[in-house]
Design a protein around this ligand. Structure first.
Ligand code: NAG
Ligand code: NAG
Ligand code: NAG
Ligand code: NAG
Ligand code: NAG
Length: 506
């Protein structure tokens, strides 16, 4: 394609060069070229005939000053207008003094805003950029299959299964590499959703209520009305709003032979509460450990028996366990299979498991009234899983305390990913589940699967409705990657990736 010369009128230009960072554009173009979306291209931004940014760089453009006037972008050597579509909203944001590399806070740029301006790469566009025709052989699952082939060929994830189903069962399963539906995988925080469902089983059968206080079942728990801990309920614990905001280091938690309730008591006695319950949300493990202690005490059953009776047996999950067996880490100890997770998602979708009353209560946006409301990225929080709204904190002064967009609130997607990349979700509105089954190499943690979730979801919506999705619909379904996300994928691949280490919270 010939040189594209763009003349932009940018409203509200900032005038001081020092307010502006071209880093996000530089990074994005580096990734763009490395992925071969375009190669041998050049990109420059000028204003009043002064060069502000050049790629490949010949000098440090951020040191140049400029005055108000005409902004021009020159792109030479790009295969299509995709590069223009994706970068122009980023350049505009830079001129408004934003930093598009940030994912949260006032200086960041909202995902939704960039997508509204067409600034994203959809899955069909990604295929086209890599020379794979998205239209052939036919729209529908073959398109998803091609996309997954490309995903693996790019090395974005190598060994994984993509699985979709409705209440009637599996609709689509496609495996790349050796991680099929029956491979047992440690899941880290993938544990949180099924652990919470297990405990909710004791609510569904009347053993406990979400509003029971912890001190009703645990005799070592404070009953002193002046102690805020005396007010903590099962609901606070399952919504991660107990008021605990950090996990104490308690060695018995790693001891497979420690007594579960004794260790929970040690945990309770070591932890410091930092706010009254129901005021703050915190993504830590203690909540579920203490909630499980309530369940163990209320039922008189050992934790492994509780898992058996309230999760594995009713769902037919025959490939799942928790470690350590007798003293399980509720929030992080799962080992499971895609097949077992599919059984869980399927029977949740049909409400055969736990019933509509309990599940509906679990799937509300519980964290909307508190601060923070979530992590700024995955979404707000229900009980033991996310009320999905990816990137909701971007472009928001309140960051992770920002409210959800109306779109996300209406979508009501429930999701429960873990740090090893396994990403399950339920779409209640359209009546299906979708999961990306894998365990990433913990020496090279990428979190790339969540981008596959972003890209694939609106395509799956359309396929299940037996139609093909337009680019416009994919953008409306937030199914496109913005430039900083393309860079994030690049940054997360070998040799640039980062180890997971001991931290297995997320
Ligand atoms: C930019 O350069 C062109 C020709 O080189 C000239 O005609 C034009 O007036 C210049 N514009 C500004 C704003 O300096
Ligand atoms: C770029 O955006 C234009 C306008 O929205 C659209 O028509 C075109 O298809 C987009 N190009 C690509 C490659 O997606
Ligand atoms: C499930 O199967 C029934 C009976 O075959 C059919 O009527 C219904 O539309 C199906 N539902 C879904 C969500 O596929
Ligand atoms: C516990 O809850 C009660 C009733 O809402 C309230 O009056 C009391 O102040 C709370 N205690 C503490 C220590 O926050
Ligand atoms: C688990 O159950 C499924 C049926 O749901 C069965 O096909 C599979 O063989 C069982 N696996 C084991 C290890 O028993």
């Amino acid at each position: 394609m010939a040189t594209l010369r763009l003349l932009l009128t940018v409203a509200g230009l900032v005038s001081a060069a020092s307010d502006v960072s071209w880093q996000s554009l530089q990074e994005g173009l580096t990734a763009w070229e490395a992925f071969g979306f375009d190669t041998s291209f050049s990109y420059s931004v000028t204003r009043d005939n002064r060069s502000l940014f050049q790629y490949p760089a010949s000098h440090d453009p951020t040191t140049l000053a400029w005055s108000d006037g005409a902004v021009q972008i020159f792109i030479a050597g790009a295969k299509s207008d995709l590069l223009r579509n994706v970068t122009v909203p980023v350049v505009m944001a830079i001129f408004k003094g934003k930093d598009p590399s940030l994912t949260t806070g006032e200086k960041s740029v909202s995902r939704d805003e960039l997508l509204e301006e067409g600034g994203g790469v959809t899955l069909p566009a990604l295929l086209a950029a890599r020379g794979v025709s998205p239209q052939h052989p036919q729209p529908g699952w073959p398109l998803i299959q091609r996309a997954l082939d490309l995903w693996a060929a790019m090395g974005w994830d190598k060994s994984f299964t993509f699985n979709v189903g409705t209440r009637n069962g599996t609709v689509f399963t496609y495996t790349k590499g050796t991680t099929d539906m029956n491979r047992r995988l440690p899941g880290a925080s993938l544990s949180k959703w099924p652990a919470t469902l297990t405990i909710a089983g004791l609510v569904a059968d009347g053993t406990m209520s979400f509003d029971d206080k912890a001190n009703k079942y645990l005799d070592w728990w404070s009953k002193d009305p002046s102690d805020p801990r005396s007010n903590i309920t099962l609901r606070h614990l399952l919504t991660f709003q107990s008021g605990y905001t950090s996990d104490p280091r308690v060695l018995c938690q790693y001891n497979p032979f420690a007594n579960f309730l004794k260790c929970a008591e040690t945990l309770y006695k070591s932890a410091k509460i930092s706010s009254p319950p129901g005021k703050t949300w915190s993504y830590i493990s203690i909540h579920l450990q203490l909630a499980a202690a309530m369940a163990v005490s209320a039922s008189g059953l050992a934790p492994d028996v509780i898992f058996q009776r309230y999760l594995y047996q009713p769902l037919g999950m025959n490939g799942t366990s928790w470690f350590p067996k007798k003293n399980p880490m509720m929030a992080a100890g799962i080992v499971t299979t895609g097949a077992d997770f599919e059984k869980m998602l399927n029977k949740m979708l049909s409400y055969e498991f736990l019933g509509q009353k309990v599940l509906s209560e679990m799937e509300e946006d519980w964290s909307a009234p508190v601060s923070p409301c979530g992590d700024g990225w995955f979404g707000h929080y229900g009980m033991g899983h996310w009320f999905d709204c990816m990137g909701y904190g971007s472009g928001q002064a309140k960051g992770s305390s920002a409210q959800l967009s109306q779109w996300c609130a209406d979508e009501k997607i429930q999701a429960g990913p873990g740090a090893f990349g396994f990403f399950p979700l339920i779409d209640r509105k359209r009546g299906y589940y979708m999961q990306i089954v894998l365990k990433e190499d913990s020496k090279c943690r990428s979190e790339i699967p969540e981008y596959l979730r972003i890209l694939a979801k609106p395509l799956v919506d359309a396929i299940l409705e037996k139609r093909s999705a337009t680019e416009r619909e994919l953008f409306e379904g937030r199914g496109a990657l913005i430039l900083r996300e393309v860079y994030d994928i690049y940054k997360s691949l070998p040799p640039r990736c980062w180890p997971l280490g001991e931290q297995i919270q997320i």
